[in-house]
Design a protein around this ligand. Sequence first.
Ligand SMILES: [Zn+2]
Length: 243
Amino acid sequence: MREQILVLEALQKIDMELSELEVHLNDYPERISALEQELKSSKEALENLNNQKQELTTLKSNLENEVSENEESIKKSEEKLFEIKTHKEYQALQKEITETKRSNSDLEEKLLEEMEKLETLENEIAKQSEALASKEAESKEKIDEYTLELEEVKNSYEPKKELKEKTLQTLDPEIVPLYHKIFDKNNGEILAVAKNEVCTGCYMNVPAQMFNEILTYTKIIQCPSCQKILYTEEESDSEAKTA
Ligand SMILES: [Zn+2]
């Protein structure tokens, strides 16, 4: 029976390693996709700014065209002033010129505002591009690292599973169902040390007679409280007690 305890001990160890590998099998892909998602959002934000820049640039060039068209029209009207015969016509044209000049100065003011916005935006784009570049480098490094680690986890998972199967075959067939039952109930913790008539798995008392049975290793003894299989660690200690 002591050998079976050793098999169980080995199984418990393998199972704990397997569950850790399983955690990483999920963990690494999640971390990788979180990094990729983060990068994607940063790229989209930058793309958004570049679209805004595109719109502002178009607006700016439209305003510039309007301003220069107005300047052209003012120039033509001013030339026409010399050819005008009547005072009334002169006044009307003069009024038109003044109005065009006023509206043009409004346009120029607006143009200036848009140019300032554009400059602010370009600064922001430069800043975010730089941040994205360093983030990209950093994320790539991490993604490579996680990918490598994930590969290692994948590589060790199957052999570990095979080792578990092999080890299970060395377990007394009568114990196998019990092993699975306890495994499911206790998240892979199968064994508990019984010490001084206490189960160290759940810290409940183990009846004295049961404790003595554990020491003899003639059969599998389960803790009455947590159902884990009990064993003792120090043989000399137990011998002293049974004596
Ligand atoms: Zn217990």
